[in-house]
Design a protein around this ligand. Structure first.
Ligand code: R1P
Ligand code: URA
Length: 312
């Protein structure tokens, strides 16, 4: 039986209430008529690769900006899960758009910068876990951000995500029309992650509102980009307004990530370390070694969650 036939049989059984479903559901009936779906940007396909065999055991998908960070995270997860120290294999190695690693039940995926880049790999990963018949899957974005009024190196678990107009809405243009997707954060998951933060962690962990911008420079109020039509005073006024509205950090993917998790009916959370306090400036001047250490903090928290969920 091929993947699509098997998935159809499974869905019929769910509809008839013969079984209860925890598999990643199908959201697009058009996929049923594509016998070999090419997941072009990750160089895998539903007909040519045995996705069930390769990825059927996946329970957690961790996304983050860069390929090397996600490779290191895969190796870290592998050690944490007692799976050894072998170099991680990049399953998307036949393309250099994104990188995709696996450590036992954990996928580690790079998403590039911004929602447009994230959304492509996100959709292909949702299709991958669907074709693979994965059950009980949780997605994380483990990234970096700019903090507002937080000590640099603090991990923020997003309890809400908003666009630049403070709306929890991801807006897309489809067939020439604006479509709005609510970005609803899974509060239980955010709280469960927060509960795993320990007093003696070498970093602080807080819950907060993450503002997702379309740009690193003007879109985040910086005055040090190639272009700028506001001044330092206006920037500080805006940052204070954002702070008063509860915004704790600024980054570039959380809104699309959370909205797509909600739409896909997949549990999802965003955990980002802050690399600077925007009240103190715009440039990221911390030395590279410390920046690399800070990037591991959200990874450590995600790993703790994964291990506790697996009963390890
Ligand atoms: O560190 P990552 O996960 O890439 O995320 C943040 O860093 C990038 C900007 O430098 C943006 O993608 C922003 O969201
Ligand atoms: O200030 C920052 C730092 C990291 N990523 C962002 O998007 N903004």
């Amino acid at each position: 039986m091929d993947i699509l036939e098997d998935n159809r049989a499974y869905e019929t059984a769910v509809e008839k209430k013969c079984i209860s479903s925890c598999r990643v559901p199908l959201h697009n009936q058009n996929l049923l008529s594509i016998p070999n779906d090419h997941l072009y940007h990750i160089a895998l396909s539903s007909g040519d690769n045995d996705l069930r065999q390769m990825f059927g055991d996946v329970k957690f998908v961790c996304f983050g900006g860069t390929p090397s960070r996600m490779e290191k995270f895969a190796r870290f997860m592998s050690r944490e899960l007692g799976l050894g120290t072998a170099p991680a294999h990049n399953f998307a190695g036949n393309t250099d758009r994104y990188a995709l690693y696996k450590a036992g039940p954990v996928l580690s995926v790079s998403h590039g910068i911004g929602i447009p880049s994230l959304s492509i790999v996100f959709q292909e990963i949702v299709k991958l876990v669907y074709y693979a018949g994965c059950e009980d899957v949780t997605f994380f974005r483990i990234g970096t951000s700019g903090g507002i009024g937080l000590e640099p190196g603090t991990v923020v678990i997003s309890e809400s995500v908003v666009n630049g107009q403070l709306e929890p809405i991801y807006k897309q243009i489809i067939l020439g029309k604006q479509v709005e997707r609510p970005a609803v954060v899974d509060q239980d998951l955010a709280q469960n992650l927060h509960n795993l933060a320990l007093e003696d962690d070498r970093y602080k962990t807080v819950k907060g509102t993450t503002l997702c911008a379309d740009d690193f420079y003007e879109g985040q109020g910086r005055i040090d980009g190639a272009f700028c039509e506001h001044d330092e005073e206006e920037k500080m006024l805006w940052l204070r307004e954002m702070h008063e509205a509860g915004v704790t950090n600024l980054e570039m993917e959380s809104l699309g990530f959370i909205a797509m998790c909600h739409r896909a009916n997949i549990k999802g959370a965003v955990l980002c370390v802050t690399l600077l306090d925007r009240f103190e400036g715009d440039g990221i001047t911390t030395n590279l070694q410390l920046l690399h250490e800070w990037q591991t903090y959200p990874q450590m928290l995600a790993a703790r969650f994964i291990k506790s969920t697996l009963g390890l």
